[in-house]
Design a protein around this ligand. Sequence first.
Ligand code: ADP
Ligand code: MG
Length: 238
Amino acid sequence: MGRITLDKITKKFGDVEVIPPLDLTIEDGEFVVFVGPSGCGKSTLLRLIAGLEDVSGGEIRIDGSDATMVPPAKRGLAMVFQSYALYPHMSVRKNIAFPLRMAGMSPAEQDRRITAAADVLNLTDYLDRRPGQLSGGQRQRVAIGRAIVREPAAFLFDEPLSNLDAALRVGMRLEISELHKRLQTTMIYVTHDQVEAMTMADKIVVLRAGLIEQVGSPLELYRAPRNLFVAGFIGSPK
Ligand code: ADP
Ligand code: MG
């Protein structure tokens, strides 16, 4: 399960309200893309959902339960960072196993999950290497592997491909879409790249200055952008 409801959540940094009251429902299994210009609050919104930042007001529910005060490790969500955050001195296997070891999972169950994740991500032959011996795309897959083994209710991606060169980005975009088809798990994906949004999303959330300008499928936004800002961002002719 992975239904996430944001009920009038707000975020202030000091006196500055970065997220005014915001409502949004993300359905179980949906691939939702948050898109908008730099500084519009995409990362903040994702970090609020992950619990890496506390909301200033409002409520976050995950599968019907109030998660507003639940610490990040207990929310059942897995964040994939742009910078990979891999441990350079550990093998790929140990990097992927890290959250499971921390959770005290049995070695047999860890192995089962690592084998399954490595298979999905084509990392089986790389499990004994160190991150420094991998390409950028492979490192990104290890970071995703570390999320998969936790079997989260939802994956949260913050511009995961922005460190990759253009060709690799296209490949990884397809891989993440394939992964979503295969796992059918909720994914929330932050990007400022319109093409990523249009090609990957079931539902696009267009943000400007912390406000939702429009929510809809890529086709809906393309055909009926609500205003020039959305039209400009989606690249349609309005
Ligand atoms: P995006 O990811 O869309 O580029 P962010 O969520 O990072 O945007 O930032 C939204 C706004 O919040 C920006 O104005 C940014 O300067 C501000 N902001 C983000 N994090 C903090 C913080 N820890 N302290 C103060 N201001 C912050
Ligand atoms: Mg950001």
